[in-house]
Design a protein around this ligand. Structure first.
Ligand SMILES: [Zn+2]
Length: 369
């Protein structure tokens, strides 16, 4: 059975907010873990008091507690859950009660050493479709901060190389410890001892370097790759940042990309469509011969399986889709005009699509199936 919040603080139900605050201070001081090291009971009372104060000092929570009791904060209760408080919550509450800011540093948190990381660089790499097809190693010049030649570091005297400092302040609760990042070395624990000419305050200098970037096959425009440890170096014994590589795809002269598939708009002559022909076309992997059947209709799509791009997730290759467009001559000689005039009423020249000739919409449907 959970103890009544008013009982925990030792106040009556009619207590004013001033009385509640005063009662909580008293309980917090009595049961503070720094004053009762290793005493689990007082730590428990300390937490209970904090929880009671949290509820009774917040008007709407107090109103719900007065009406429903603990049920108001149980799961599914009238007021939603109240998850209890951890030490960080309790100490942040102390700011309101005692003034100033407290952290959990007093509970054995101690100094925390931060391994400072250098900042990241961001670069853009432009790729042709054929590089995307096969993957490529790109050599890129980057300007990165590196430790200057001859720079030496010494241990920061403000934090003795710990990277953090403990502040001790005397409060109503007694001695309180707070831990903060060392302002002298910004957490690295090191300071520049010898600073060569041209180096910045951290002993770093900008240098142009060539970095090799491995790009896997199948990347798409806007994809980001990370090259670990090739960003700016950090002072002292810190670790280098990364390079974020943003891929930019250079549009191909005549191939359009759609996922892993490639589309090629191919124009064939009226004669090639009527008579049929063998045609050589360029693909990303070299020349390929395609057969155009006798009597080919404009809009026919030839699918070359596996001639598209590899997927980045390696689940296979896309296709190359060749869209055949019959080129209608724009100007005709006298003889050609006579020929077409004669042909106009010839049965063979009158459109007569059979059911086996798929419509444009059916073809589109096929492409995605
Ligand atoms: Zn320091």
């Amino acid at each position: 059975m959970k103890q009544d919040y008013y009982e925990i603080l030792g106040v009556s139900k009619n207590a004013t907010s001033g009385e509640i605050k005063k009662a909580y201070r008293k309980k917090a001081v009595q049961n503070h873990p720094d004053k009762n090291p290793g005493n689990k009971e007082s730590e428990e009372r300390f937490k209970q008091a904090a929880e009671a104060y949290e509820i009774l000092s917040t008007p709407d929570k107090k109103a719900r507690y007065d009406q429903y009791g603990h049920a108001a904060f149980e799961n599914g209760g009238a007021g939603g859950g109240f998850g209890g408080m951890n030490m960080d919550d309790i100490f942040s509450q102390f700011g309101d009660i005692f003034g100033g800011h407290f952290s959990g540093g007093g509970f054995g948190g101690g100094g925390r050493q931060v391994r400072v990381k250098g900042s990241n660089l961001r670069i853009r790499v432009k790729l042709e479709l054929k590089d995307i097809l096969n993957g490529v190693t790109k050599k890129v010049k980057v300007k990165r901060l590196v430790k200057a030649d001859g720079v030496t570091y010494k241990t920061c005297s403000s934090c003795n190389g710990q990277g953090s400092v403990i502040r001790i302040s005397n409060t109503i609760l007694g001695r309180m410890q707070t831990s903060a990042t060392c302002p002298t070395c910004q957490g690295s624990g090191k300071l520049v001892d010898h600073r060569p000419k041209g180096a910045n305050a951290h002993g770093l200098i900008q240098k142009e370097e060539t970095v090799e970037i491995e790009i896997p096959p199948g990347v798409t425009d806007g994809v980001q790759l990370k090259v670990t440890g090739k960003g700016n170096e950090a002072p002292g014994n810190g670790i280098s940042g990364d390079i974020h590589v943003v891929i930019q795809e250079i549009p191909h002269e005549y191939l359009k990309r759609e996922g892993n598939n490639l589309h090629h708009d191919l124009y064939i002559s009226f004669s090639e469509a009527a008579l049929g022909s063998d045609k050589e076309i360029d693909t990303l992997t070299g020349k390929v011969r395609i057969k155009i059947e006798e009597g080919t209709q404009s809009g026919k799509i030839l699918r070359l399986r596996g001639k598209g791009l590899e997927s980045l997730e390696r689940y296979g290759k896309g296709d190359l889709l060749i869209h055949l467009n019959v080129w209608t001559p724009k100007r005709l000689s006298k003889e050609q005009k006579e020929f077409f005039e004669k042909a106009k009423n010839d049965d063979n020249f009158i459109p007569n699509p059979s059911h086996s000739e798929k419509s444009f919409f059916e073809k589109v449907k096929d492409m995605f199936s």
